[in-house]
Design a protein around this ligand. Sequence first.
Ligand SMILES: [Zn+2]
Length: 409
Amino acid sequence: MRINDERLHRHFEALSRIGATDQQGIDRPALSAVDIQARTWLQQRIETAGLEYRMDAAGNQSALLTGRQPDGPRLLLGSHLDSVPNGGRFDGALGVLAAVEVLHTLSENNYAGDIVLEAVNFTDEEGSHVGLLGSRAMLGQLAAEDLANPFLGRRAFEAGLQRLGLNPDDLFAARRSPSQLAAYLEVHIEQGPVLAEAGDAIGIVTGIVGIRRQTFTFQGMANHAGTTPMDRRRDAGRAAATFAVSAWQTVAQAYRDCVINIGDMRYHPGSFNVVPAAVAVDLEMRAADETRLKALHQQLLAVAQAQASACDSTLACGPHEHLGPVAMDEGLQALLTQAAQELGLRYRKMASGAGHDAQSFATVCPAAMIFVPSAGGVSHCPQEFSEWQDCLNGVELLLQAVIAFSAHQ
Ligand SMILES: [Zn+2]
């Protein structure tokens, strides 16, 4: 049994036109008018395939394929149709199309397994309003406080939900019983350069990195920028700048398995002619290994403290946000490995540096992900590109994995 390449490609091209930008990118933020257009397209795609269509209280759209047992455990295949502003055509879209195509193919081949197959388009994976909204709502991982401060404000969020006929108070009703979930599988572009540079066809994801975020505020003293001698300044700007350089060196030298990002620095009072009194530095750290992530965090705190002292400043640390790494299921990884070998696809095991709906599932049921190469390793931009053969390989692997999974239940 193989995927219908022509049909999959045709659907990819059609979907790529919804929210298309001048530079061949996609601008399809969750719950926007364009997102609704993509959702309508998907519903038609599902219904034309003869699959059962549903949408839950969180706006997650599903295609269902039932075999011998209509109430059997479910294998979910999913991703997201929403994009970041001015994003790419492949991120998320490939995974949703893959999931529906796999169900369509199995349906044409008179699927008669014991598990129910469900292809899902999750609401707002990218966090235009609330990150991983749909998958978290489905798994009961959404709290009322998560909805209090949507990224674009509460009014925009409610207006978006209204476009779908949804009510914010009802989102929690999307919750499913974990006992119903047999497993979760997702195809996604890598969004990094590893597979393409190594010439590998497939990435079998071992886990999704943990993230720590904290704002470090260096405090010095505001003073006249013309009359204060250089050696007499308590310059918070100098402390922040030397910290940024030292943090970069620390990771390059001793934490090659981690990444950091200083995404913003805010100067106070922020003027040409005033020595900065305070600089707030937004630091994010990611690693697949929790112990290493914690060690890096401690090390960077020490580096920040040392740079503050060296610049006659002090350090104040904001509360830190912490999302632990999640491991993908070993059994599913083994199943994907075998399927990749049987298809003759060169694969590598790798961690995902980006967050995905799969991380919501990993704590509830066995979950795994298939990565396909990203040309140039770029993503979340119009230049995002994957060779079609690479995309097709990922979808073929998903199909074979689903067949193997349902045979072993
Ligand atoms: Zn994505």
